[in-house]
Structures are given as structure tokens and as C-alpha cells.
Design a protein around this ligand. Sequence first.
Ligand code: PLP
Length: 413
Amino acid sequence: MNDDKTGKTKLGPQTRVTHAGRRGEWTGVEGHPSAVVNPPIWRASTHLYPNTKALKEGPKNNCDGRFFYGRRGSPTQWALCDALTGLEPGAAGTMLYPSGVAALTGAFLTVLRPGDVLLMSDHAYEPTRALGQTLLKDFGVETRFFDPLETSALDEAFCERTRAVLLESPGSLTMEMQDIPAACRLAKARGVVTIMDNTWAGPLGFTAHEHGIDISVMSLTKHVGGHSDLMMGSVSATEEWYAPLRRMAQLTGQVVSPDDASLALRGLRTMAMRLERSAATALAIAEWLEERPEVTRVFCPMLPDSPGHHIWKRDFTGACGLMGFAFRGGTAEARNAFIDALTLFGIGYSWGGFESLVTPADPGSIRTVTLWPPMDMAHTDQFAVRLAVGLEDAADLIADLDQAMAAWRAASE
Ligand SMILES: *Cc1c(COP(=O)(O)O)cnc(C)c1O
């Protein structure tokens, strides 16, 4: 379905999200295609047939964009799938799920079977780790973690039973960059499937399939929704994996509401400019934090002297507002006093919305094979903060961070 004009990556990112998925048949009626700008919200469980013969033939037409029954979606959801596929070069199609975690589950269930080994980046998103350690374990799949910063660690982790690798770049909380093309080359040579959580950059910032990924997962709750008012996930796959992905999603009854699909489409239309704005502000904040005596390290791959910057520069065409930093020493109480003193950053999970958010981050608590803080940081520099930078003015956010530093210093004395 990657045949609309948005598949041409030479168009600019904001042009591509403006036009993605706007097929005339989703936004018009017979005789008047493209009658309106946005696809109407088709609220439907039942799809009707003209006669029993057509009803009987309904299930045989199991392809996207054919009416059958509400669980397989209607034009509102199909338009969103179409748009996401169009933005992801190399994708044969996209499935939707009620959350990012449900999307990860859909990808795992498509690929993994009892007896398989899943290799997972040690800096993966915590709920992804939990899936490996509980559900997959109960179904006879073994999850083994590897150091995402050492390509040799992945090479050494492969065994006869390795079926898939879960990659994430940059990693949750600490924003380390992984060499995705190198990991994909290793996996491909052994017939191992690559699944990537591409939520941070999304397809505008990192073209997962073009860099070798078989199955690309995104939490649409973040940048695509963009307004902190919906939960959704998506998985796109190459030709080889799209049919099994779709079969598993249908078997397990994965469907999103047309109202939410419509909100996601609305968010998508401004995604490129929101990402550009929040990434630029995040970089300005990162540069400001780097100069602060209270800060020992800033987690932001756009910073020229950050550890994985060369990988980001080589492989990525964009970024977002999610970043973090670690305090130089101090205590958990001082870190929390800093967070509590912020007035423009809401305290709460998630990111990718128009508004800035902050949470404490304790990466050490969710590592298996890698150290936190790493060897090149002092062991006392363990108290970190995650910032989800929104669309506010950079100067206002920096002033807010500045006044909260005073609270950290007071609590540290
Ligand atoms: C938020 C997030 C998810 C999960 O998405 P939900 O929509 O909240 O289920 C997955 N991966 C990453 C990296 C995330 O930040």
C-alpha cells in the first residue's frame, strides 16, 4: 500500500504528514472522491451486505480496505494505517493496537514460539522487559539481555535457538544510541528477526526498514497523538512479516476505535513541526544543562559530545523532545525537591504531548547486564531526571529549570 505520493521521501517531512494516507476513497463517496479533507469517523461494529451470497464471501476478502466486520476496521482506521505505511519506506503495511505495549505484544506473538530465545537490549523500555520476563517466559520463550552499546555483545549472545532481537535506539531513560544497521547485519546473517521500538524518532527521524529492521513498533500515544489524550500503538512490517503480523492481530482481536484513529490522524498532521520544535528546545535545554555545575551528564544524542552522537548523525534525520540528565552527587530527596519545584513541567508519565513533563529516572533499577551509573561516571551520580520537552518557549522552560536548581542546592546542603 506504499503507493501514495507520501512514499516519496524526497518531499519534506511536514509535506509528507500533511498528505499521508489521504486517499480519495477514505474521504469521499462514489462519484465524489476526496469530498472532505479528513476521513469521517465510521463508528461501526456491523458491516452490512447486500445479500447472503456477498455475506458468505465476506471473509474470503481478507485484505486491507475491504468491509467485513468492525474488528477489522473501517475507513477511519484504514486511512491511519495507510498514512503510517506511507511514512515508513519499506513497509508493506501497518497494524494498529490499543497501546504501544499491545503493539509490542503483537510483534512478539507474531514471531516467537515456545523454545525460542529473544535477545533484548538491556536499556529497553521497562514494560517491554516485563513482557519478556513474565508473559513470554510463561509461554516458553527465554529472554536474554545484552549490552546495547557493544555490537560484539550481541554477536556473542546468539545461539541456536535465537529467533528475534529487540532493539531500541536511543534507549529508554539514558538515551544511548545503538548501532542498528550493524545489529541488523549480524541478525540477518543468522536468520534472526529484528524488531525495533522506534517510538523516540518515529519514521520521520529514523527509517527503520531502510536500515534493516523487519518489524518496527511505535507507541502512537507519544508524537502521533501529540496531545496527551489518546493511547494507541502501531506495528509496521516488511513484505515478509506483514501477512503473519496481520494474521496474529486479527486472531487476537486487536482493534482501535475510529474516534481514536481520527484523533491520531489529526495529531499526525502537525507531527513534523511539533517534533522539530520540541527537538530544538530539547537541544537548547541540553546545552544549558551541560554548563551547570549541578549536572554531571546530559542524556541527549543531539549533543555533539554525547557518546552516541556519531550514530545519531549517521543514521537519523530527526529527533524529539525526550531527554534527561543526572545530577552530580546529591540524594534522591534533592532530586525530588528539584522536580517538585518545577512549575512548567507536569509530573507524569508518557511524553510526546504539546506540554512538558518530568519524572525521576532510576535506570539502575531496570538493568540486567549493564551497570548504572556506567564505569565512566561516579557511583554517586545516580540520581537522574527525564524531561519530555513540549512546545513551550525555550527561555521559559530554562528559567523554570534554573529556579528549580536552587531547590536542589538547598536540599543538598
Ligand atoms: C511509552 C512507550 C511505549 C509504550 O507505549 P504505550 O502507548 O504507553 O503503551 C513503548 N516504548 C517506548 C519507548 C515508550 O516510551
